[in-house]
Design a protein. Structure first.
Length: 346
């Protein structure tokens, strides 16, 4: 066993400390439209040209571009006229607004909302509760009332979630063969990206998005088009209102928002509404059973602390919640991606 001198602590500490700086560089380049501009130009551009087109300071833009090159979000070519910048394949696919797999909206949500809550992480740890009151001056007792505190903020959140499901949705829906289930309710389905992936993967299915009335209104106006006839809507609060009968219920990133008692309450309602032989699919980021990782899930759990009443859980913890509600055969599939799938049957 080596001594502590064998471990490069300074490099590790610097790397972790710079995490904040790295993410802010990427968020800022997205917000200013750097990647969109370079995609639309169809050719590499100089920092002067990019600054002029963005209406931004030349010195600031050059430093931002060089940092993006260092992060491999941009590539640079040295010519007789000077440095010319272009997008990398990663930035074209994930950081431009027009890409089907764009993560722009979730980046903006993290940059402008999540970061404000995380400024008070120490307070969240001391108090064990979310930090909307400190970050935004509003009550923290109703996390989704705080999260949807304005139409603009609600739209930002919904668009961000749609970004996530554009790259993760198919993996979790294909983790099990869901083709036997044709009547599906997506509880808290928001902007409909997961519902869209579901009817694409299982064309014989219909998916009803069950969400708050104001969420459904925005989804109808902004995200789900009338010609998408396999997707329907149901307005209500599934903690308060009844849940209609269905063969399968999707709960994607729902249970991690709430404590165990609230999860049991919801799952019990789902079990009672579920048709015999039906089931519920939980889509969550699973912790290892000893909670040693994955680090992304550990960080998500910290985010649940500063933004919600919940936490990330292990597969065994989700299985226990399902069993307490009455669900029998429980299967777990780790996708190897950000989100995993747990299927409980009635």
């Amino acid at each position: 066993m080596g001594s502590t001198e064998d471990l490069d602590y300074p490099q590790i500490i610097v790397q972790y400390s710079n995490g904040f700086l790295i993410s802010k560089v990427m968020f800022t380049a997205c917000e200013l439209g750097v990647f969109d501009l370079l995609l639309e130009s169809g050719k590499p551009l100089s920092s002067d040209a990019i600054a002029a087109l963005l209406g931004a300071n030349t010195i600031g833009v050059e430093r931002l571009l060089d940092a993006c090159v260092g992060l491999k979000l941009l590539a640079v070519e040295m010519t007789q006229e000077g440095a010319l910048y272009r997008n990398t394949e990663i930035s074209n696919i994930y950081l431009t607004k027009s890409s089907p797999k764009s993560q722009y909206h979730i980046m903006m949500y993290y940059s402008n909302t999540v970061y404000l809550c995380w400024q008070y992480l120490a307070d969240a740890v001391r108090e064990g509760r979310n930090q909307y009151e400190r970050a935004f001056g509003i009550s923290s007792k109703d996390p989704f009332g705080a999260m949807y505190r304005s139409d603009e903020e609600m739209l930002k959140f919904m668009a961000g979630q749609n970004s996530v499901w554009s790259i993760c949705g198919r993996d979790v829906l294909a983790a099990f063969d869901l083709s036997p289930f044709t009547q599906i309710y997506d509880l808290g389905g928001g902007g409909g990206a997961l519902a869209r992936e579901c009817v694409s993967l299982y064309p014989n299915s219909t998916v009803t998005i069950y969400d708050l009335p104001k969420v459904v209104q925005v989804a109808r106006e902004q995200f789900v088009f009338p010609e998408e006839r396999q997707i329907a809507f149901h307005e209500g609060d599934f903690f308060i209102d009844s849940i209609p009968e269905a063969e399968l219920y999707l709960l994607s990133k729902i249970l991690h928002d709430w404590d165990d008692d609230k999860c049991k309450q919801l799952l019990t309602k789902v079990y009672k509404a579920c048709k015999p032989g039906g089931g519920v699919l939980l889509v969550e980021s699973l912790l290892n059973e000893d909670k040693s990782g994955p680090v992304e899930t550990q960080l998500y759990s910290m985010n649940m602390l500063v933004q919600t009443e919940g936490k990330e859980r292990t597969a065994a913890e989700y299985s226990k919640l399902l069993e307490a509600a009455g669900f029998g055969v429980i299967q777990v599939k780790r996708t190897g991606k950000l989100y995993d799938a747990v299927l409980g049957r009635k």
